[in-house]
Every structure is written in structure tokens, then in C-alpha cells.
Design a binder for this molecule. Structure first.
Ligand SMILES: Cc1ncc(COP(=O)(O)O)c(C=O)c1O
Length: 392
């Protein structure tokens, strides 16, 4: 798959590390672990002119991480929160009031759906869900006078349909509806929501930015400071900050993000194409595959693709899906994605939470492709499919 991401991004993620004029120092900023910060000057201690005066303010690694992420997102500012889930829940908390309505996809990441249905509902905010393949015009037509915010997650979790983000963002802005997009799949690289008119771009830094499956973090980016102000105030009010160690790890991951992302995308497409030709698979749900859901929008709007996709099997059962998973030796059984390691999950049960259940030909599995050699992963999948056939 050609990598059409802007090559200058690779430079922009690294250049801040070598910027002159800061004296002798390590390449990466130090991990500053602190609640208390000591000052020499009582006046600076009072007005903060020497920098942060307490550990709840972001310290060096978090500051550099925020600046580099803001540049990646084309944002006026970016904030860090303790998980990708919090990156969605904080802007919604900040921007919604009792009586407001949120419109969003039925294929939302499960815990985000739970936040809408439990936390926000109890505080007077209603949510209307639409099927993930609903055309933009129909999503807009279903909005009411109370619709305050459109929450976009594209591609859809598990089934990978794409939203027409530019059309939705432009129409929402014209009618005063805010847009928040969970852009974890594109990692700020393959798609840049703010450049397409989205108000708030969030991602689970946990996934591709972290890249090593060893931290949880989220980022929230805005182009318009007026949209950012209530978000910054909400973070201040809630008292949330990320750990200095995690900020340091995420910053280290960010330097190599474009290389990992592009390499894993190439491997994932090779594995997806191989699976598509297999008799055990009915369909592979990967937006970069011609004919897959969302492919036309992906070609139009995206500069690359993530390394996660769904496989709809021909029939099967939970026992067969578990046999396939147990037959794999290289794929870890684990729920996340975006790290260096390949993972497999069985997802059929998750579809039960949707109002509009997709008609699938059989069991739904999800693969995340890491940095292993694709030929080895394919050989591993041969083993898994043999175990599937033995049970089916
Ligand atoms: C699309 C999407 N958004 C957000 C998250 C949440 O990230 P975290 O695990 O850091 O809370 C996930 C996690 O799987 C995800 O898939």
C-alpha cells in the first residue's frame, strides 16, 4: 500500500528534540516526578514566571508531548488524559449540558457507548444512535433542535465502515452542531480531522503513539481556542493529569510513529488480502481493500491505513473461533491494538450491544497486525485455520 502521509511529519515529530539554545541536555526531556516543585524566588513562585509551580501542571515530557501532538494534529492546543476513553469523555463532559442531544454511530467503541448510556443519560443528555453505514445526509436529517454534538468514530469499531467526515463536519458547523472525532485508527497521520473541519480530534495514545502496549493515555486536540477553553477548564476542575513516566514513554513512541504505522499497514494489507482468498473467510473488513465497506471514502480521504481489521468467517461457532485462536502461536490473545505485536480477538458477542445488528455470514474475528514478518503471520494463520476446520 502506498504511504501517502506527508513525509515532513517524520521530521516534525523529531526536530523539537534537537532544537538549539537549550544548553547541554539529554535528547529526550527528563522524567520529572514531582508533586512539590521548589523555587528560589518567592515572586516567581507566586506568579509562575519560572514555569510550573506544582506537579499537577504538565512537566517537561508532557509539555513536549503536547506540543508535538498539537503539531501533528494541526491544532492550536492539545491536552493529555489518562486513557483513550477519557479523551472522548472529557470533551463530551465539557461541551454538553442537560437537555442536549448527542448523535453518534451504533458501532461506537463499547465503553464510549456505556458513558453515553449511563453517565451522560443520568445527567440529562440523550443519545441517538445511527447505523454505521448511514449516509451523511440521513445522519444530518435525523438531527433535532436539541442536537448539540455529533460524535464520530471512523472507521466503526469492529465492522470498519467509514463516515463521510468532511461532509458531516461542514454541515454540522453550518448549523452550530459541534463535532468530536475519535481518530485513533488514523493516529493523526492517515487522516487529520481538524483539517477536515472537525472541532475536536481525539485519539487513544495508548494505541499507535505509545506503540509498545505499555501505557494508557489519550489526547484531545482543537483548532479553535474557544472550543478548547471549556475542555481545559474541565481538566482543571476534575484534577486529571498523566504520569510523567507515561508522558515520557508516549513521547518516545511518537518519534517512530510514522515508520511503525506504515510498516504495520503494509503487513496488515498483505495478511488481509491472503485471508480474503481463503475458503474459510466470507469477507475481510478492511477499508483499504477494494469492495470492503468504506473503501471509496478511504481512497478519497485517507493517506494510509491502520493495521487492524475484521474477518467474517463462513459460519462457524464460538468453539470453532476459540479453536482458531488457540491454534495460533504468534498472535497474542489480547484486546488492544497499535502495539508492535499481533493480536486476535473474537468479537461476535460484541455485536449484541448494537441496535442495528449487521447481517454477517458467520463468526467475527479481529486481527491486529504487528511488526512480525507477514509470511510468519500467514503461516501462523494457516495453523489457526486448520484448527477451525477441525471443529467446524
Ligand atoms: C476506537 C477506540 N477509542 C478509544 C479507545 C480507548 O482507549 P484506552 O484503552 O486508552 O482507554 C479504544 C480502545 O480500544 C478504541 O479502540
Amino acid at each position: 500500500m502506498p504511504d501517502k502521509t506527508d513525509p515532513s511529519v517524520r521530521t516534525r515529530l523529531i526536530a523539537p528534540a534537537t532544537r538549539r539554545g537549550r544548553g547541554r541536555r539529554p535528547v529526550s526531556p527528563p522524567v520529572e516526578r514531582a508533586s512539590t516543585l521548589l523555587n528560589d524566588d518567592p515572586a516567581a513562585m507566586r506568579d509562575g514566571s519560572d514555569g510550573p509551580v506544582y506537579g499537577i501542571e504538565d512537566l517537561s515530557a508532557a509539555r513536549e508531548l503536547r506540543a508535538v501532538l498539537a503539531d501533528l494534529e494541526g491544532a492550536a492546543d492539545a491536552w493529555l488524559v489518562p486513557s483513550g476513553l477519557a479523551a472522548v469523555t472529557v470533551p463530551l463532559t465539557a461541551l454538553l449540558r442537560p437537555g442536549d442531544e448527542v448523535v453518534t454511530t451504533d458501532a461506537l467503541y463499547g465503553p464510549t457507548r456505556r458513558f453515553l448510556n449511563r453517565h451522560l443519560k443520568a445527567r440529562g443528555v440523550e443519545t441517538t444512535f445511527h447505523a454505521p453505514d448511514t449516509p451523511a445526509a440521513d445522519v444530518l436529517a435525523a438531527m433535532t433542535g436539541r442536537t448539540r454534538l455529533l460524535l464520530i468514530e471512523s472507521p466503526a469499531s469492529l465492522t470498519f465502515e467509514l463516515a463521510d467526515v468532511p461532509a458531516l463536519a461542514a454541515a454540522c458547523r453550518a448549523r452550530g452542531v459541534l463535532t468530536v472525532m475519535d481518530n485513533t485508527w488514523a493516529a493523526g497521520l492517515a487522516f487529520r480531522p481538524l483539517a477536515h473541519g472537525v472541532d475536536v480530534s481525539v485519539q487513544a495514545v495508548t494505541k499507535y503513539v505509545g506503540g509498545h502496549s505499555d501505557l494508557l493515555m489519550g489526547s484531545i486536540a482543537v483548532a479553535d481556542p474557544a472550543v478548547g477553553r471549556p475542555i481545559a477548564e474541565t481538566l482543571e476542575d476534575l484534577g486529571w493529569r498523566v504520569s510523567p513516566d507515561d508522558a515520557w514513554l508516549a513521547l518516545r513512541g511518537l518519534r517512530t510513529l510514522p515508520l511503525r504505522y506504515a510498516e504495520q499497514a503494509r503487513s496488515a494489507l498483505a495478511v488481509a488480502e491472503w485471508l480474503q482468498a481463503r475458503p474459510e473467510a466470507a469477507r475481510v473488513l478492511h477499508p483499504a481493500l477494494p469492495g470492503a465497506p468504506g473503501h471509496d471514502l478511504w481512497r478519497r480521504d485517507y493517506a494510509g491505513a491502520a493495521s487492524i481489521f475484521g474477518i467474517v468467517m463462513k459460519g462457524g461457532s464460538e468453539a470453532a473461533a476459540h479453536a482458531l485462536m488457540s491454534g495460533l502461536e504468534l498472535f497474542g490473545l489480547g484486546y488492544s491494538w497499535g502495539g508492535f505485536e499481533s493480536l486476535v480477538t473474537h468479537e461476535t458477542g460484541q455485536l449484541a450491544f448494537r441496535r442495528s445488528r449487521p447481517a454477517l455470514e458467520g463468526e467475527l474475528l479481529r486481527l491486529h497486525i504487528g511488526l512480525e514478518a507477514p509470511a510468519d503471520l500467514i503461516a501462523d494463520l494457516e495453523r489457526g485455520l486448520a484448527a477451525w476446520r477441525a471443529v467446524s
